[in-house]
Design a binder for this molecule. Sequence first.
Ligand code: PEP
Length: 252
Amino acid sequence: MRRPIVAGNWKLHGSRAENGRLIEELTAQFPAKAVAACIVCPPFVYLQECARLLRGSSIELGAQDVCAEAQGAFTGEVSAAMLKDVGCEYVIVGHSERRLIYRESDQLVARKFAAAQSKSLVPILCVGEQLADREADRTEEVIARQLDAVLALSGVDAFANAVIAYEPVWAIGTGRNATPEQAQQVHAFIRARLGARSDKIAAETRILYGGSVKAGNAAELFAMPDVDGGLIGGASLKADEFLAILAAAGTQ
Ligand code: PEP
C-alpha cells in the first residue's frame, strides 16, 4: 500500500509573515494521523524558520533544489548537508523550471538526486514533457530519458528512498491540467520502466502528479491507480485549497 503524498512547492513566493500565517492555518487543521503525508517546500531562506514553525506537527519540510556538489567554491549554492542541517527531509530535483530556465541537464539532475540521497534526503524527482513533445508523440521518449539518467547513476534500488513527480510542462501554472487518463497513462509508463528493473521498487514507488492541481480536480486525478498524490504549486499557497487537496488524497 503506497501512502499518498501531497507536496506544496511554494516557488519564489512568501515572506516571514505570510509563511507564518500559512503554516499556522495548515498545522491547525491538518490531522495528525492523516491518510496522506503532507510536505511543504518553501524558498531556501525560510527553511529554518519553517522547520521551527512545523515542529510538533505531522507536516514535513522539503527544499526546492539542492547543489550537486557537497561543498566548496560554489557561490550561491546550498548543499544537501545544509538542507538536512536545517530540518529538511525532502528536496525537489529536476523541476521543469530548473531544467528549462536554468538549463539543468538530465545528468545534473541525476547528480542532484544522488547528492540528496547521500545525506539521507528523499529526492522528489520531477519529470515531464513540453507541449511540443506531446504533440510530436515524444512524451514517453522524454520521460524515459529523464528517468534513465537517474537510473544509470544511482540504480533502481535508489528509488526505495525517492519519490517521482510527473509534471507535464504544459500543465504547470497554466490552469490546464492533464486529464486523469493522460496522467494515468504516463504514470503507468514510469512504473513499468521501474518494473523492468525491479517489480518491488515499481510497486512501492510513489508517483505524484503535478500541473494545475486544485481542490476541484484533485479527487479525480488521485483516483487513478498509479497516481499517488500530487505536487502542488499555486494552490499550495492557499491553506483552504491545499487542505482540500490533502483531503482528496486521503479519501482514495
Ligand atoms: C509546480 O510548480 O510543480 C506545479 C505543479 O505548479 P502548479 O500547481 O501551479 O501548476
